[in-house]
Ligand binder design. Structure first.
Ligand code: F6P
Length: 548
């Protein structure tokens, strides 16, 4: 796209959607379902193992056609192809965006600056597999000769959320004789609680940082090294107890980690898209190399679908466009992701970085202020817990919050018969919520239950709250990969339509710079030039409370 690209909101396809939206007012999902008995069937798409029902969206065939016209006008598929080809679509950083190469088959050819990157990807995967096996079998021993039993991943953002989320998601597939911990917060309490019951002689630290300059990670890594050396006493122990995942060999060596113990990735992998790179090492140790490769296969299933499926049956495209329908034409500000699986407890937190760091932008690729809403506030927790907390607001509040409901047909094998029997109740809740959100309860239905007239408004559910339901047979490594890739590509679609750079994150820089400037004031009371009155007073209060 160039400066001459017509601004999105002036495109005829955009104004056609605005007109359509105006005529649409008052249309209820109850009417849409009544008018079309085949709606559920027609508005369902199968991608790999994912059954995706989008029939409970407040759309008609015309809406979907108009949204597809917008996607065509903004050349979403052309932009997609440029990404898959390795073009430098992250223009503000001058980088290719090739997380899809991380799961490409060994014989694929994907070039960056004339070099095929696929052999490098597979060489690192092989190195990770060999190392993982050594840990899993006990062949890799610590400095004192003891077997490594504890693995602590130290990283933040994309170097933490993916492995931490996936470790929880795939617990039944993990080596239960190993302990995994994930440390991200620069609050010393995080590291303290993670290691306080661990034997240093049995502990491996994986320092995960794309840049190896992130202050939280480097600070925690140094503290971890001190903790280790306080017990083992010998600098040489670092070689057996620390490995690094990074793109920055120089900084890794400077920290004191042998680059032979470094697992590499590259600047064409964005932090929040890096979980299937070397950043997944802790997960690979947990689930084993074979299951990790199944996970990568899952990602690939959705990549291929996104690359080849026709627009009208292309799930990431549809999900992206539906988000645009609500965000841009109904003023929806938020999007809830509600997994009906305890194993996916951290899934939404992972998606928050993926979506909000990617699409939380307010200038377009040419640097012009956007005149349309971009990424939503993404939030949510496992479904039934949310039902007893914030669903009230979704059902009867004043905000429109489209939601994704994610569930699995099969409970995990190891639950045993009694706990497995609870699974129907769990899933009944998912189905009931989708139903209640869509169809609600009319005042007449409430009255028919004999409810006193003054309570009727309170017990009425307006309904018409859109949901997508994603079902799969069970949460396997492959299915997890499919789910993540589905959201990655959905986020891509939205950024492509909004004409923003979904792959930079300049918005996190200012806070980092200011924290560095303020820190000396906290410790030493140093004068920080130009500090505003509020922050100056807060710093003074902090120092007084700390007795400084
Ligand atoms: O939050 C900013 C960010 O750069 C993320 O994009 C990234 O995932 C995270 O910090 C951690 O960065 P690194 O892996 O370089 O330590």
């Amino acid at each position: 796209m160039t400066d001459s690209t017509p601004l999105l909101a002036r495109r005829p396809q955009w104004t056609a959607l605005e007109d359509h939206r105006a005529k649409f007012n008052g249309t209820h999902l109850r009417d849409l379902f009544a008018a079309d008995p085949s709606r559920a069937e027609r508005y369902t798409v199968q991608v790999g193992d994912l059954h995706i029902d989008y029939s409970k969206h407040v759309v008609t065939d015309e809406t979907l056609a108009l949204l597809q016209e917008l996607a065509a006008a903004t050349d979403v598929f052309g932009q997609r192809d440029a990404m898959f080809r390795g073009e430098k679509i992250n223009t503000t950083e001058g980088r290719a965006v090739l997380h899809t190469a991380l799961r490409a088959p060994a014989d694929a050819v994907i070039e960056v600056d004339g070099e095929n990157v696929v052999p490098k990807v597979h060489a690192v995967l092989d190195k990770m597999a060999a190392f993982s096996q050594k840990i899993r079998t006990g062949e890799w021993t610590g400095h004192t000769g003891k077997r490594v039993r504890n693995i602590v991943n130290v990283g933040i953002g994309g170097s933490d959320l993916g492995p931490a989320m996936a470790y929880d998601a795939l617990r039944p597939y993990t080596a239960r004789d190993l302990t995994f911990r994930f440390v991200s917060n620069v609050d010393g309490a995080d590291l303290h609680e993670a290691v306080r019951d661990l034997d240093p002689a049995e502990t491996l630290f994986i320092i995960a940082s794309k840049t190896f300059t992130t202050i939280e990670t480097i600070t925690n890594a140094k503290a971890a090294r001190s903790w280790l050396l306080a017990s083992l006493g010998d600098e040489a122990a670092v070689a057996k107890h620390f490995v690094a995942l990074s793109t920055n060999a120089e900084k890794v060596a400077e920290f004191g980690i042998d680059t032979a113990n470094m697992f590499e990735f590259w600047d064409w992998v964005g932090g929040r898209y890096s979980f299937d790179s070397a950043i997944g090492l802790s997960l690979m140790i947990a689930i084993g190399p074979d299951a990790f490769r199944e996970l990568l296969d899952g990602f690939r299933v959705v990549d291929e679908h996104f690359r080849t499926a026709p627009a009208e049956a292309n799930a990431p495209l549809l999900m992206g466009l539906l988000g645009i329908w609500y965000g841009n034409f109904h003023d929806a500000q938020a999007h809830a992701v509600l997994p009906y699986s305890h194993y996916l407890s951290k899934f939404t937190a992972y998606l928050q970085q993926l979506d909000m760091e990617s699409n939380g932008k307010s200038v377009d690729r040419e640097g012009r202020p956007v005149q349309w809403q971009t990424g939503p506030v993404v939030w949510g927790t496992p479904g039934t817990n949310g039902q007893h907390a914030y669903y009230q607001l979704i059902h009867q509040g004043t905000k429109l919050i489209p939601a994704d409901l994610i569930g699995f047909a099969k409970p995990v094998d190891e639950l045993g018969p009694e706990l497995a029997a609870q699974h129907d109740l769990l899933m009944a809740n998912l189905f009931a919520q989708g139903q209640a959100l869509a169809f609600g309860k009319t005042p007449d239905e409430v009255r028919a239950e004999g409810v006193a007239e003054e309570l009727v408004p309170h017990k009425t559910f307006k309904g018409n709250h859109p949901t997508t339901t994603v079902l799969a047979r069970e949460l396997t490594p492959s299915v997890l990969g499919q789910l993540i890739a589905l959201y990655e590509q959905k986020v891509f679609v939205q950024g492509a339509v909004w004409n923003i750079d979904s792959f930079d994150q300049w918005g996190v820089e200012l806070g980092k710079v200011l924290a560095k400037r303020v820190e000396p004031a906290l410790a030493e009371g140093a004068e920080v030039p130009g500090l505003d009155a509020s922050t100056r007073s807060l710093v003074a209060t902090y120092r007084a409370l700390r007795g400084r």
